[in-house]
Design a protein around this ligand. Sequence first.
Ligand SMILES: [Zn+2]
Length: 170
Amino acid sequence: MGGNSPCASCKLLRRRCAKDCIFAPYFPSDDPHKFAIVHKVFGASNVSKMLQELPIHQRADAVSSLVYEANARVRDPVYGCVGAISYLQNQVSQLQMQLAVAQAEILCIQMQNEPVVMMPTPQMDDLDDAKSSSSFVFQNNHPQYLNFASSSNVIHDSLKRESIFGDIIS
Ligand SMILES: [Zn+2]
């Protein structure tokens, strides 16, 4: 056949692949799944319309995101890629919370170690003091930290975000 084999789209749609086929640059015949999934979720004519509305230099990126979204939609028919987005946003806010807790702990430890000047005790005692007080902080650290991570604030925040995304999509 040579270089005349139809692109994945034309193969699936059983039509002749024209020289200026809009799909051909992005859906090579050796990757039939890529077009199949986009066709299943968005429909070939919608994909064609979306690509036609874009300048050529943006089409490859559009195809990548369409393929990503279609895969996510098949994997998670309810949330699609919004599921992945809100999962990651949740993770970001939990990590920010953990970071804030860790920074607060660092401040606490620094403040506990500072009043060396105020207590004129021998150095050895001071070191022991610092050790026992910091281990106290670490023992108390975990329940505190879990409370923060599962606090209703996080859940409330992510629900708010989900509804914002819902608005954008609908
Ligand atoms: Zn084609």
